[in-house]
Design a protein around this ligand. Structure first.
Ligand code: MTE
Ligand code: MO
Length: 320
């Protein structure tokens, strides 16, 4: 569990930003060697999706973390159910085989091919780390979650995008035997797709998550691999990824396709731009209490200093 990791983690003598990816990778190899010796496994051990060091740069010390049972029991995963509290039960029938999960890398990359999750993590050259991020759904509820994962940038770099690549498209599984609610929403342009500009994908905040709360990602939260883009509305953080494609044109996404007037491609959290049907000025803190607390929504979900430079050319009073 992450708590145990934190005790051995001493911010006084560990500065992640000073450590090169090679060093992190080496330490992970040492870990793998140790794991093999201990008989835990010869491949990337499952526990490694969640065993990680907290990156102190992304630790929201002053904010209360959402209780694990709330973040893993109140989910948007339309492939399974529209009812947030029902998703957790619906995913039980899904026999997820993480070891055989394939992620296809396609489009404008040096070597399009299919990877296992372990191969993809290995290719990134960095170790899984923990980051605590704010997460804001477009429906105006929010949480604070300790994720484990790798910066998307480290993977993108290793994929060597072509000179003309401008966007990254992501796709969720399309198997209706898994997503038992997909046929119940026939008007939806399945599979779930999302996209980022290449610049956004290379931003250090963009995370490919493999775990949360020090455990491998639960199925309801997008196992075995999901995107987490904390400065954008939650629907951009696509779950259970099976395909990553580099393109030169802005990809279609499920929500911008279905309701373009409501959901733009950029979908940056912005308290000044209301959703056509409700205000975005404040948000409900995910909680089970009888009188849920609200708090003001922050520009770019509180990551303005980090990401505003990406949007110099956008009018931030408009919905994109
Ligand atoms: N494949 C897929 N990804 C998805 C969704 C979905 O329905 N299907 N919902 C999105 C929305 S609207 C939100 S708010 C977040 C919710 O993530 P969580 O359940 O882990 O809180 O996942 C996003 N990713
Ligand atoms: Mo959402």
């Amino acid at each position: 569990m992450a708590g145990k990791e934190k005790k051995i983690w001493d911010p006084q003598n560990f500065h992640p930003e000073e450590i090169t990816p090679e060093e992190l990778f080496l330490s992970r190899r040492d870990f793998l060697k140790a794991a093999t010796v201990a008989g835990i496994g010869t491949a990337f051990p499952h526990a490694a999706y969640a065993a990680s060091k907290l990156n102190e740069k992304y630790n929201l010390k002053d904010e209360t973390q959402t209780k694990e049972e709330l973040a893993t029991g109140y989910n948007n995963f339309y492939e399974f159910s529209l009812e947030k509290e029902a998703v957790k039960g619906k995913v039980e029938a899904w026999k997820l085989d993480t070891a055989n999960w394939k992620i296809e890398v396609a489009g404008m990359v040096e070597k399009p091919r299919s990877y296992s999750l372990d191969e993809l993590l290995k290719l990134s050259g960095v170790a899984v780390e923990e980051r605590v991020y704010r997460f804001r759904c477009v429906e105006a509820w929010s949480m604070v979650v300790p994720w484990q994962g790798i910066p998307l940038a480290s993977l993108i770099e290793k994929l060597k995008p072509g000179a003309k690549a401008k966007f990254v498209k992501f796709q969720t599984f399309s198997d209706q035997k898994i997503g038992t609610n997909m046929s119940g929403l026939p008007g939806y342009p399945w599979p779930y797709t999302e996209g980022l500009t290449l610049e956004e994908a290379k931003h250090p905040l963009a995370l490919l998550a493999t775990g949360m709360y020090g455990k491998p990602l639960p199925k309801q939260n997008g196992a075995p691999l999901r995107l987490v883009v904390p400065w954008k509305y939650g629907f951009k953080s696509i779950k259970s990824i099976v395909k990553i494609e580099l393109t030169d044109t802005q990809p279609k996404t499920l929500w911008s396709d279905l309701a373009p007037s409501e959901y733009g491609f950029y979908a940056n959290v912005n308290p000044k731009v209301d959703h056509p049907r409700w205000s975005q000025a404040s948000e409900r803190i995910l909680d089970k209490s009888f009188f849920p607390k609200r708090k003001p929504t922050l520009m770019f979900n509180g990551y303005e200093a980090e990401v505003a430079s990406l949007y110099k050319d956008l009018d931030l009073k408009k919905n994109y």
